[in-house]
Design a protein around this ligand. Structure first.
Ligand code: ADP
Ligand code: MG
Length: 342
């Protein structure tokens, strides 16, 4: 049976009462939403007046639309898809944004030993089709598609800002990191408009700037694994950070009692089995988005090891196993918990 539901994994609340108020009376809270990149982008910001707020939000949404035109793998005209058409050929000069997101993707791929791999698209597409048709991908098709999956065959040269896809037929999919990148870019646009107290949420990928005027941070709730609409169990308190949640609560494919996630293991070509929800906190949303996806593939032990290898990352892992639901958190995670921070 095919199931496809779209529920936001994270619930956001407003600011928390606290100190740190510069001119609270002069700033007002404004909220804007627009659909982009197959999800709902939400901007919450504090500005002196409505005109300033609207102008800044409009520019931020325009920036997100610009990034979608570069990074979409649904639009054949996107810069990404035009790059893929040249796979197997010589290096191609790309925009600063495309180069930067591929550079960040390479960093995530390397640290996760290939559990994050933006060249997984040929396989990801087979599973997308499976969700549409309700039919399991053929083992042969997965085997063939896997031959085109290898992040080490994406050559980046910062000097000429070029990208070379070394195998003909290679296809890239930035779905595991693009929303985080767009949230960061939107936050940067708000900054340029003089707005530093803001939050940009791209579904489950969130970038936060300075705290609200009446608060010490942004309070962000992590929805429970099995009931994404139920009240959050954990709340975080964050500023100048990124937080992302990946998992299969939103998109998955169920057949013969097995539930395959839309996140695939690039080594096997199969969707991750079993419910998993991974929340990563990082200095920005590009990084948090890039690391939440591979942890779903790597599992608790390897995933936590990767997180602990860097002192700017923290994570909460909730995995459904034969023995029930297992929750694990990295050493630094508790630091961001709202209760701890009070
Ligand atoms: P979402 O918020 O859409 O669930 P995620 O950050 O969880 O985003 O990334 C899931 C998306 O990443 C998939 O829809 C697919 O496009 C892509 N993807 C799936 N598996 C991998 C992988 N192992 N490495 C990189 N990208 C992947
Ligand atoms: Mg991700």
């Amino acid at each position: 049976m095919l199931k496809h539901v779209t529920i936001s994994l994270l619930i956001l609340l407003g600011g928390l009462a606290g100190v740190n108020a510069l001119h609270p009376a002069d700033l007002h809270r404004y909220e804007f939403t627009e659909p982009h990149m197959g999800t709902r982008f939400r901007i919450v910001l504090y500005a002196p007046d409505e005109a300033t707020a609207k102008k800044a939000a409009k520019a931020a949404f325009a920036r997100i639309a610009e990034l979608n035109a570069i990074m979409s793998d649904y639009q054949p005209t996107s810069e990404l898809m035009r790059l893929c058409e040249k796979a197997g050929g010589p290096p191609v000069e790309v925009s600063a944004d495309l180069f930067e997101i591929l550079r960040k993707s390479a960093e995530c791929a390397k640290l996760s030993d290939g559990a994050f791999d933006v060249s997984s698209s040929p396989v990801v597409r087979l599973w997308r089709k499976a969700r549409r048709t309700g039919e399991m991908p053929k083992a042969e098709a997965i085997k063939n598609a896997l031959q085109l999956v290898d992040y080490r065959k994406i050559k980046l040269d910062p000097k000429g800002r070029t990208v070379q896809l070394m195998m003909k037929g290679m296809l890239l999919d930035l779905g595991g990191i693009a929303k985080g990148y767009a949230a960061d870019a939107a936050l940067a646009v708000l900054h340029r408009h003089g707005i530093t107290r803001a939050l940009v949420a791209a579904g489950g990928d969130i970038a936060v700037g300075d705290a609200p005027p009446d608060a010490v941070g942004w309070k962000v709730g992590i929805a429970p694994l099995k009931k994404p609409d139920a009240p959050p169990v954990h709340y975080l308190l964050l500023k100048n950070a990124g937080v992302s949640t990946a998992g299969d609560s939103e998109q998955f494919f169920e057949i013969e009692g097995k539930r395959y996630s839309h996140i695939i293991d690039p080594k096997t070509g199969y969707g991750v089995i079993g419910r998993r929800s991974v929340t990563v906190i990082a200095p920005n949303a590009t990084t948090s988005d890039g690391f939440d996806t591979p942890i779903c593939v790597m599992g608790i032990e390897r995933g936590l090891k990767m997180i602990e290898s860097r002192d700017d990352l923290a994570a909460l892992l909730v995995f459904e196993t034969d023995k029930g639901i297992i929750t694990a958190q990295s050493k630094r995670f508790a630091k961001y918990l709202w209760k701890e921070a009070k």
